[in-house]
Design a protein around this ligand. Structure first.
Ligand code: ADP
Length: 243
């Protein structure tokens, strides 16, 4: 469903992504692990062109986008097919939980308010926050705020949800509730690409794990293979350090 070919990205002289290729099957969960600074977040942001790669191609649902010169139409089409869950939730503080979810539906997707609201309620139920629709973000715990972020992504009904370290900003006791919601969503066949430091979660939920280091995919495979019989020294050292 998604084919990514030879993505390169530099910031000034810093060559951050050095040729990333990846295929993601529909309905699969792909997690990206690796040391800080290896380019995981940059790669994820390249996938919906929040960062524009210097070169490479992204093919989603048979539509190929040349990253060097994407047209506005390409960018819009790609954004329509993807939704992002951010580390810092990125909720509008002056809008209620419900409004945070309906905003994108009404403004970008041109969906009528009453229908947008019913979609939002449905997704809030899915993340266990039906009772928080009229709350403001400041009244939520970090875990609840992130679950709203996830409901907002789900409401857009994208082909793929991109999760950028969704639990990294949370107090440890709040991490579990967010991972649990993500696990439940994974079971429903939503395609997910997740950058995470949560190794147990990666082991449990992934169909495929990517280990990145210094801007390259060093090794990839199903969780059991990667965690139990990694081939590359860099992967082994990283897994030893974090587990
Ligand atoms: P990771 O997610 O693996 O920790 P990142 O993708 O966040 O890695 O960052 C990879 C490298 O790119 C880091 O050295 C970081 O400082 C650099 N980088 C990321 N975003 C920018 C940016 N907008 N401008 C300049 N450098 C950046």
């Amino acid at each position: 469903m998604i084919e990514i070919k030879d993505i390169h990205k530099s910031f000034g002289n810093h060559h951050v992504l050095k040729g990333i290729d990846l295929t993601v099957e529909k309905g699969s969960v792909v997690t990206i692990i690796g040391p800080s600074g290896s380019g995981k977040t940059t790669f994820l942001r390249c996938l919906n062109l929040l960062e524009q790669p210097d070169s490479g191609a992204i093919c989603m649902n048979n539509q190929q986008i040349d990253c060097e010169k994407p047209s506005k139409k390409d960018i819009l089409a790609l954004r329509k097919q993807t939704a992002m869950v951010f580390q810092q939730y990125n909720l509008f503080s002056h809008k209620t939980v419900l409004q945070n979810i309906t905003e994108g539906l009404i403004v970008a997707r041109k969906i009528k308010k009453n229908i947008a609201e019913s979609i939002a309620h449905e997704q809030l139920k899915r993340v266990g926050l039906s009772d928080k629709a009229d709350f403001y973000p400041v009244q939520l715990s970090g875990g609840q705020a992130q679950r709203v972020g996830i409901a907002r992504a789900l409401a857009l009904n994208p082909d793929v949800i991109l999760f950028d370290e969704p639990t990294a900003a949370l107090d440890p006791e709040l991490v579990g509730e967010v991972l649990q919601v993500m696990l439940e969503i994974a079971k429903t066949g939503v395609t997910m690409i997740v950058v995470t430091h949560e190794m147990e979660f990666a082991k449990r939920v992934s169909d495929h794990i990517i280990f990145m280091d210094e801007g390259r995919i060093v090794e990839q495979g199903p969780p059991l293979l990667l965690f139990n019989s990694a081939k590359e020294d860099r992967t082994k050292k990283f897994l030893h350090r974090v587990s």
